[in-house]
Design a protein around this ligand. Structure first.
Ligand SMILES: [Zn+2]
Length: 374
């Protein structure tokens, strides 16, 4: 991982490089910040810079034997600990059990999230953890001296998901670290980490990616228009992982916006026959997309309500959504917003309970007619 591959975060890069240049690398530090801001990528770039045989002033060389191994995540002095899941064949999982998958996942992109990691493992519905027995694996990994570099580095991704017994053992290691070892903890919820561990680590806050930096990156990487890139940056709130997800699902969003506009227009006009037809069409799209549409509708109603309150800078809308909402938002107000939410949530429950889709959406559209009038 080159520092130059990391989006923005110039301040953090500078600070980390300074630690190395001034020979002040702490034996344990914490990179803390929101999801999708590149803090794990920073941790890897930092470790690689320390191992690089021929570093430039502000980046790795990328070609020395250490860099080559780092880029494949195969350097013997680089260790990872990360949340994992149990499975029918792995009852007591440790990070090492999933290393081939982790390597493949991380090589694809160092912008990670629990959700995409679980998707990669095909375990979307599981809550991954760092289990108690991981502590033995950590001790084993660190029992040797560094093989090829001056330091060995252990990157712990999401230590807030670590079992308490394991955390206590980690505390001992952080208190009395093995020689020539650097721990880098990468966290999204520092307040959920043992206070005694926190007090032993230098804490470095890594902010979300600046909106204008993310906008420029999305334009360059995906060739999308400035306006669209801007709205994706804003909605994803500086989270690159989420921005990628939005770009991939934009087609579906356009479909949901279209359905939302149809429903609201027909309900406003009290056009019962077309609404009946619309309900039949919604029935046909299948349960998953029905649920996504209802979730989308909740978000758009909320944004329109906020827009109506004139708090423009709180708005998270794409350009197309904005174009519609400018005129529509005046219909969403304190007299109907709560009831609209309740009706959508009722429809969500009914879809979950397998109530006939045609009925659910037709009932919903009748309620929308009544509520738009208030
Ligand atoms: Zn190098």
């Amino acid at each position: 991982m080159h520092f130059s591959q990391i989006i923005g975060q110039e301040h953090s890069k500078e600070y980390l490089l300074k630690l190395i240049h001034e020979n002040r690398v702490p034996h344990a530090f914490l990179l803390a910040g929101p999801e999708g801001n590149g803090k794990l990528a920073l941790a890897i770039a930092f470790a690689q810079y320390m191992a690089c045989h021929n570093p430039a002033a502000n980046d790795v060389c990328g070609v020395c034997p250490a860099c080559v191994k780092y880029q494949k995540l195969e350097h013997p002095d680089l260790h990872f600990v990360y949340p994992v899941v149990t499975s029918s064949s792995i009852k007591k999982p440790v990070s090492r059990d999933y290393f081939p998958q982790w390597k493949a996942y991380l090589t694809e992109s160092a912008y990670v999230s629990v959700q995409t990691w679980m998707q990669h493992l095909g375990s979307e519905n599981k809550q991954p953890m760092i289990y108690a027995h991981e502590s033995e694996a950590i001790l084993k990994m660190l029992s040797m001296k560094p093989y090829e570099s001056e330091y060995q580095v252990m990157i712990i991704y999401l230590p807030e998901r670590m079992n308490i017994a394991c955390s206590n053992k980690l505390l001992k290691l952080v208190e009395e670290p093995p020689q020539k070892t650097v721990f880098i903890l990468v966290t999204e919820n520092a307040d959920q980490i043992l206070a005694t561990i926190l007090s032993r680590c230098q804490i470095i806050n890594v902010p979300k990616i600046a909106t204008e930096v993310l906008t420029a990156t999305l334009q360059k990487q995906f060739g999308i228009a400035e306006g669209e890139a801007q709205s994706i940056s804003r909605i994803s709130n500086g989270n690159y992982t989420r921005a990628l997800d939005m770009i991939n699902s934009n087609q579906d969003n356009a479909f949901y916006l279209d359905q939302f506009i149809t429903l609201m227009r027909l309900a406003y006009k009290r056009d019962i026959h077309p609404l009946k037809k619309w309900s039949d069409e919604m029935h046909a799209i299948g349960r998953e997309r029905q649920k996504n549409f209802l979730q989308y509708t909740l978000r758009l109603l909320r944004e329109n309500f906020i827009m109506n309150l004139n708090t423009e800078n709180l708005n998270y809308l794409t350009v197309d959504e904005q174009n519609f909402s400018v005129k529509f938002s005046r219909f969403i107000n304190e007299r109907n917003i709560m009831q609209l939410f309740e009706e959508i949530e009722k429809a969500q429950r009914h879809i979950e309970q397998n109530v006939y889709g045609k009925m659910v959406f037709f009932d919903l559209s009748l309620q929308v007619i009544l509520l738009l009038k208030s």
